[in-house]
Design a protein around this ligand. Structure first.
Ligand SMILES: *Cc1c(COP(=O)(O)O)cnc(C)c1O
Length: 394
């Protein structure tokens, strides 16, 4: 009989081999420098269309300097959870700045967006309550609903009528969760319609704006503001700091009662070390840049429009969308991987997104644009796609 260690290894290896056969095995590449327009991998500089660094801030020297200054004064680690004594002035200042920027009473920092979603949903609903969410919501929202103990279900993508039918029959507190911008499709949630359905059916609307915050709306306030909505319609607003803001972590913004409730009940807030103060320092710096340099936003949005229009001209399957996330739909996972490899050979880093991140048969190249890109970069990408995407897919 094999040892437990050997049996585990054999079982895991068999599972990995099966994934590999399906073209679904995942691995990592090591970056030998900063995130940015160009990234260095295996000594080669690649033009990068793979990050969520929408405003080109992840490697901005001003953020690095803010982090260094904060580290010098507050240390590199928080040393404790927020509710013990890990909540320092940089955290507090960042929370106040985020709340003010969004016109909400308060904001609460979490160490990551994944943890924010787990904490918020679990703190707001439990057994006897109901969560409804879009089928394409981020994995962290799905996991959050599952963990909460509430009944949960997913409605077809952007289908507000289907949602309304579901929540009419729902018991307990009703929570509707949606991404503001869907992470693998780059399309927008129908927020005004969702808000109206939630008002009619006494449901609380929570928006995860990981990809909208910093990019959409006046001053980068995000998809909720862009839709002309506020705290009345979307009482629970979550967004992350690791994408457009080039740092890390996340926050929830809302009324004082919401924030005090989360602070007391959200387990992923309470039972974890506070975000490192230098990260809060960098995020605060990024918030200032985001407000002071609106041209970053207009540039990345213009690049997205330019890319989408030209890609459709080439016959590529790129849905019309107004965000920096521009998917090129491929379908088959093996083909998608081959196309991404061919792009890599031409010096372009573009991720092949495969199931289970997207539904079966919906593999795609997920192009993400950044304010650091130029028009010439987009043209180079278009030329390479034209050369490597098989005609059968046009
Ligand atoms: C990235 C992302 C998250 C998770 O945020 P992290 O800070 O990376 O953990 C949550 N929701 C959406 C929609 C995301 O795209």
């Amino acid at each position: 009989m094999s040892s437990p260690r050997q049996a585990l290894t054999d079982a895991l290896a068999a599972g990995l081999a099966q994934r590999a056969d399906q073209g679904l095995l995942r691995g990592r590449r090591v970056l030998q420098g900063a995130q940015g327009r160009l990234v260095t991998i295996d000594g080669v500089d690649l033009l990068n269309f793979s990050s969520n660094d929408y405003l080109g801030l992840a490697a901005d020297p001003r953020l690095a300097e803010a982090a260094a200054t904060t580290a010098a004064r507050y240390g590199s680690g928080a040393g404790a959870a927020h509710l013990l004594n890990g909540h320092s002035a940089p955290h507090h200042e960042l929370e106040e700045a985020l709340a003010a920027h969004l016109g909400r009473a308060r904001a609460l920092l979490f160490s990551s967006g994944y943890m924010a979603n787990l904490g918020v949903v679990q703190a707001l609903v439990g057994e006897g309550d109901t969560v409804a969410q879009d089928r394409l919501d981020h994995a962290s929202l799905l996991d959050a609903a599952r963990l909460s103990g509430a009944r949960y279900g997913r409605y077809p993508h952007r289908d507000v009528d289907a949602l309304a039918k579901r929540i009419t029959r729902a018991q307990g507190r009703r929570l509707v969760c949606t991404d503001g911008v869907f992470s693998m499709d780059g399309d927008l949630a129908p927020l005004p319609e969702l808000a109206a359905a939630c008002a009619t059916h006494s449901a609380v609307l929570m928006v995860d704006d990981a990809h909208g915050f910093g990019v959409l709306g006046a001053d980068g306030a995000g998809s909720v503001a862009a839709a002309g909505l506020g705290a009345d319609e979307v009482p629970v607003l979550m967004a992350t700091l690791g994408k457009a803001l080039g740092s890390a972590g996340a926050f929830v913004a809302g009324d004082a009662a919401l924030i005090d409730h989360l602070l007391n009940h959200a387990r992923s807030y309470i039972y974890t070390t506070a975000m490192p103060p230098p990260v809060a320092g960098a995020a605060l710096c990024a918030l200032g840049i985001m407000r002071a340099e609106p041209e970053r936003r207009s540039h990345v949005l213009a690049l997205a429009e330019r890319f989408g229009a030209a890609a459709r001209q080439l016959g590529l399957s790129v849905p019309v969308g107004t965000t920096p996330i521009q998917p090129v739909l491929i379908g088959d996972s093996h083909t998608c991987t081959q196309v991404a490899e061919a792009l890599l050979e031409r010096g372009l880093l573009v991720p092949a997104i495969r199931p289970p991140t997207v539904p079966a048969g919906a593999a795609r190249l997920r192009i993400s644009l950044s304010a650091a890109h130029t028009d010439a970069d987009v043209d180079r990408l278009l030329g390479a796609l034209d050369a490597v995407v098989p005609d059968a897919l046009r």
